[in-house]
Design a protein around this ligand. Structure first.
Ligand code: 5GP
Length: 176
């Protein structure tokens, strides 16, 4: 049991299982994107640890950048999605992989995909470490998914609770 701010969390996915899954996803990408020089775009802040581990397992030519959206506050999604910020790269004709920490309602991703699609990438696919299928508002193609989890609040491995808990090596879930 781990106390973060005023709440207790317990391990849901241990670090060793996360690393195995990250390697598995990277291997798929190494095959699917060989000779495509994909651009991996991390959605900040939550994806930075996942993307960093994933990137280290990539054996093909590939590039990385980050962008930001703000749509989530504290324990629940606000549903309000603002525009994407901070993407300086020209993504036209590039093979783009959006890298997310978690797809919850899917609102963020719908918005990000819409905006990136306008910039005319050669292809646009999604990699997410976590997905909460029960929370998704409408079906959305997720091309590479690490773990499907229940509709519970999780932290660790980049995910926060009010800014804290991102540094936990395991993915942890709110204990009741
Ligand atoms: P969506 O738009 O899919 O509802 O939410 C996406 C964003 O909400 C994620 O990128 C993440 O920042 C945040 N989020 C969704 N579920 C959780 C969760 O269980 N824990 C944390 N820490 N953030 C979450």
């Amino acid at each position: 049991m781990q106390k973060v701010k005023d709440k207790y969390f317990k391990t849901l996915i241990p670090a060793v299982d996360i690393q195995a899954k990250v390697t598995e996803i990277a291997n798929l990408l190494n095959t699917d994107y060989a000779d495509k020089n994909p651009l991996l775009i991390g959605v900040l802040n939550g994806s930075f640890i996942f993307l960093s581990d994933l990137f280290k397992c990539m054996k093909i030519d590939c590039e990385v950048t980050f962008m930001r959206v703000s749509s989530y506050e504290s324990l629940r999604s606000t549903g309000k999605v603002t525009q994407i910020i901070g993407l300086k790269e020209d993504i036209s004709n590039r093979h783009v992989l959006i890298v997310e920490d978690i797809v919850d309602t899917g609102q963020t991703l719908v918005n990000v995909k819409e905006q990136l699609a306008k910039l005319k990438p050669a292809s646009l696919k999604v990699v997410t470490l976590l997905n909460k299928p029960e929370a998704m508002l409408k079906p959305l193609p997720l091309d590479y998914v690490g773990f499907k989890i229940k509709n519970d609040f999780v932290i660790g491995y980049g995910l926060d609770y009010d800014g804290l808990g991102r540094n936990l090596p395991d993915i942890c879930v709110l204990a009741d």
